[in-house]
Design a protein around this ligand. Structure first.
Ligand code: BES
Ligand code: MN
Ligand code: MN
Length: 460
C-alpha cells in the first residue's frame, strides 16, 4: 500500500521537491531575504495541500517558522516533526558541476540509481520534504495513526536564534510526545543507522590588529609585528603535538566513555581506506589515541573555518597588513557548555597575543551537545521502521554535526528527539555539488509512515 502510493506519485514527489530546491533560501545572506520568505510560503502551501490544519507562517524577529498540525484525537500521542527550509550559501559557484539552484539528476559511485544535485537537496529540504509527502500518503490512505505537528524553520544554518523564543512562547501549541527529525546521516543505504548524539558548537571570530595602516613590507618589514604571521602562529599553537587542544580547561567537562561504550561505538562499519579515497587524502589526522569514529563522534574539536587579511588580489603587492581575521569553530561533546568554552577560548586567545598586536575575540552563535535515548518508545519505533524498509536493524551512531535546537527541545519543551536521518556523509552537505540519493528520498518517504504506525502501536 505504502509502496504503491509512492510508485504512483513518484514523479510528482520529485517535481515538487525540485520546485522547492529552485528557491535559493540562503539564510546567511541578506540578499536572499525575499527568497527565504518565499520558501516559507511554499512549505506552507504544500502542508495545506497535504492535509495539515492550522497552517501558518509564524513571523519572528528573523525568518518565519512554518507550523501546521493534524490532530485526529487529543488522547492519542503526538509527533512533532522538525526540519529546516533554509540552506547554506552555495559559493564558490565555479566549483559546482551544475548550478546549485537548478536541480539535476546524475549517478555517482555511491548512488548508481541517481542523486539529486542541488543546494539543500540533502540538508535539509529533501529530508524535510519526505515528511510532508509521508504525511500526504497517510492522509490520503486514511492511515495516520496519531497526531502530528510540523515546525519547519528558516534559520537553522545561522544558529536557530529565533526558534528558541518561539518554542518558549508556544509551549502549549508545541505539546507533543517526541520530536522526529530527518537532518542527519546514516552509514549507507545497505547499512541504516540512527544518530544518538550530536555535537555542540562554539563559534568565534578573531581579529588581530598590528600597525594602524597597511605598510610597505620593505620599509617596515622585520621591525613591526605582522598580524597574519602572528595569527597563523596563534592558531597553530591551539593544538599540541598529539593534536590535543591546548586551551586550559577545554577538556575538563568532557564526558569520557567507558571502554564498553567505545567498543560499541567502533562496531559500526567504517572503512578507513574508503574514507581516505573519498576525500583524496593520504592519511587521516587528529587527536592521538582515538579512532576516526571517536574523533568525529565523541571528541571535541577546534577548526579554523576561514582566514583572511592582507593582499589577495592578482599579482604581488608588497604589504605588511594592518589586520588579520579568522573564524574558528569548536565542536563540543557532553558535558561541555557552549558559553563556557567560548569564554575559555577568549581568555586563552587574548592571553597568548604577543606584544605588538591587539587581539579581539567576538563570539558568534553556539549550541549544546545532546545524546538521545536508545530505549525510548520513539527510538524503538524508528529502529523497527527502518528495519521494515531496509531489511536490517539500524546501528546506533554518533553524528559529528550540530543541530543546536535539539538541546533546547529537551530543556524547554521536555521533549526527546529521534534523529532518523536518511542522508549520507558523502552527500556533500555544505559543499559544492551537494546531492541526495533518489533511493534515499523514496526510502525516507516509505519509512516515515512505519515510524508513525509503530510509534502509535507501541505507545499504547
Ligand atoms: N543537518 C546539519 C547537521 C548535521 C549534519 C548533523 C550531518 C549530523 C550529520 C545542520 O543543518 C547543520 O549544518 N548544522 C550546523 C550548525 C549550525 C549552528 C550552523 C553545523 O553542524 O555546522
Ligand atoms: Mn540540516
Ligand atoms: Mn546544514
Amino acid at each position: 500500500m505504502i509502496k504503491e502510493y509512492i510508485e504512483q506519485n513518484k514523479d510528482r514527489f520529485l517535481n515538487e521537491l525540485f520546485d522547492l530546491l529552485r528557491i535559493p533560501s540562503i539564510s546567511a545572506d541578506k540578499d536572499y531575504a525575499e527568497q527565504v520568505n518565499k520558501t516559507a510560503n511554499f512549505v506552507r502551501d504544500r502542508l495545506i495541500e497535504a492535509g495539515a490544519e492550522k497552517v501558518e507562517v509564524c513571523a519572528t524577529a528573523g525568518y518565519p517558522i512554518v507550523y501546521g498540525e493534524k490532530i485526529i484525537d487529543p488522547k492519542l500521542p503526538t509527533v512533532l516533526v522538525y526540519g529546516h527550509y533554509d540552506v547554506q550559501p552555495a559559493v564558490p559557484l565555479e566549483l559546482w558541476d551544475t548550478p546549485p539552484f537548478e536541480p539535476t539528476i546524475r549517478t555517482t559511485e555511491v548512488h548508481p540509481k541517481g542523486a539529486i544535485f542541488a543546494r539543500g537537496s540533502c540538508d535539509d529540504k529533501g529530508q524535510m520534504y519526505m515528511h510532508v509527502k509521508a504525511f500526504e500518503l497517510m492522509m490520503k490512505s486514511n492511515t495516520l495513526p496519531c497526531n502530528v505537528k510540523f515546525m519547519i524553520e528558516g534559520e537553522e544554518e545561522v544558529g536557530s536564534t529565533n526558534l528558541g523564543p518561539f518554542c518558549i512562547n508556544n509551549k502549549e501549541k508545541l505539546k507533543a510526545d517526541v520530536v522526529l527529525i530527518s537532518d542527519t546521516s546514516m552509514i549507507a543505504l545497505d547499512t541504516p543507522s540512527i544518530d544518538t548524539g550530536l555535537r555542540g558548537l562554539s563559534y568565534v571570530e578573531v581579529e588581530v590588529t598590528g600597525p594602524n595602516r597597511d605598510l610597505h613590507s620593505g620599509v617596515y618589514g622585520g621591525a613591526v609585528a605582522n598580524p597574519i604571521n602572528v595569527l597563523a602562529k596563534m592558531i597553530a599553537s591551539l593544538h599540541d603535538e598529539n593534536n590535543h587542544i591546548t586551551i586550559p580547561g577545554f577538556y575538563d567537562e568532557v564526558l569520557e566513555l567507558t571502554n564498553q561504550e567505545r567498543v560499541e561505538l567502533n562496531l559500526a562499519p567504517f572503512n578507513i581506506e574508503d574514507f581516505k579515497k573519498d576525500l583524496n587524502i593520504d592519511d587521516v589526522w587528529g587527536e592521538k589515541g582515538f579512532t576516526v569514529l571517536e574523533k568525529t563522534g565523541i571528541r571535541p574539536t577546534l577548526d579554523c573555518n576561514g582566514i583572511w587579511g592582507g593582499y589577495i588580489g592578482e599579482g604581488a603587492k608588497t604589504v605588511l597588513p594592518s589586520k588579520a581575521f579568522a573564524k574558528i569553530s569548536m565542536r563540543l561533546v557532553p558535558n561541555q557548555a557552549s558559553h563556557k568554552i567560548t569564554e575559555l577560548f577568549k581568555n586563552h586567545f587574548e592571553s597568548i597575543a604577543p606584544a605588538g598586536v591587539k587581539v579581539e575575540v567576538k563570539p558568534h552563535h553556539g549550541g549544546e551537545p545532546v545524546v538521545t535515548p536508545t530505549d525510548s518508545v520513539a527510538y524503538l519505533a524508528a529502529a523497527k521502521a527502518m528495519e521494515t524498509t531496509f531489511g536490517k536493524k539500524p546501528i546506533p551512531t554518533r553524528g559529528g554535526g550540530s543541530i543546536p535546537i535539539v538541546a533546547l527541545f529537551e530543556r524547554e519543551l521536555g521533549l526527546k528527539s529521534v534523529l532518523m536521518g536518511f542522508g549520507l556523509d558523502s552527500d556533500a552537505l555544505h559543499s559544492p555539488n551537494e546531492h541526495y540519493g533518489l533511493e534515499n528520498y523514496y526510502k525516507g518517504i516509505e519509512t516515515i509512515p512505519y515510524f508513525f504506525k509503530y510509534f502509535a502501536e507501541m505507545s499504547k
